[in-house]
Write a protein that binds this ligand. Structure first.
Ligand SMILES: [Zn+2]
Length: 203
């Protein structure tokens, strides 16, 4: 039998993501293929809309959700998850372009495997070149570690080597990251799938 998330879980995710789904199609218990299709349809619509608005955060949330579903269905999800992580990181580009030294930070998932990795802040450019996320060996299956960006604590340019940040840590993680709002709140990311990246299942 084909694996998929139960309809109730899909409804919960759709609600969290505020997806425009048809409640009648989403109804039912257990594995409901029509509900899964409806989730994919609505999440892909949401992805398109977010792309038009250039809303990286929203797109990341949707991709995280889609990765989770793909994992449940036994499909390769790493590409989608990578894209979600990349979009989170993208939020630092504006700071970087403004000349602010930026570093990438990682909000860890609550699993021992991820906790054992190097999660220290790292120069933004380095992280872009060699992203550490996602951890494909995450014990949760779909890693919910997520990126944030902040002004680097020390900067050779300002000469304020070890001093406190001139402006404090500018964490752009203002929106509740669907990926992982905080290490303690086990917010399972809400994810959607990108129309371009993933095709709705059962096609
Ligand atoms: Zn993990």
């Amino acid at each position: 039998m084909k694996r998929m998330l139960p309809a109730g879980e899909l409804r919960r995710m759709a609600k969290q993501l505020e997806l425009d789904v048809d409640p009648e199609i989403m109804a039912g218990r257990g594995q409901v293929p029509a509900a899964a299709d409806e989730f994919w349809r609505a999440s892909n619509v949401a992805l398109s809309e977010a792309a038009v608005r250039q809303d990286s955060h929203r797109r990341s949330q949707l991709y995280h959700a889609q990765a989770r579903i793909m994992h449940a269905e036994g499909k390769p999800f790493d590409r989608v998850l990578r894209e979600a992580n990349r979009l989170d990181l993208e939020e630092g580009s504006q700071l970087a372009e403004a000349g602010v030294p930026v570093e990438a930070i990682v909000f860890p998932c609550p699993c021992d495997t991820c906790a054992s990795k190097d999660l220290s802040p790292r120069p933004y450019g380095d992280e872009l070149r060699e992203p550490r996320l996602p951890h494909l060996d995450c014990e949760r299956g779909v890693d919910v570690c997520s990126y944030g960006v902040q002004a680097a604590r020390s900067s050779a340019k300002t000469g304020d080597a070890e001093g406190p940040d001139p402006e404090g840590p500018v964490v752009t993680e203002s929106k509740p990251s669907g990926c992982l709002a905080s290490a303690s709140a086990v917010v399972v990311g809400i994810l959607t799938i990108g129309g371009a990246l993933i095709s709705p299942h059962r096609r």
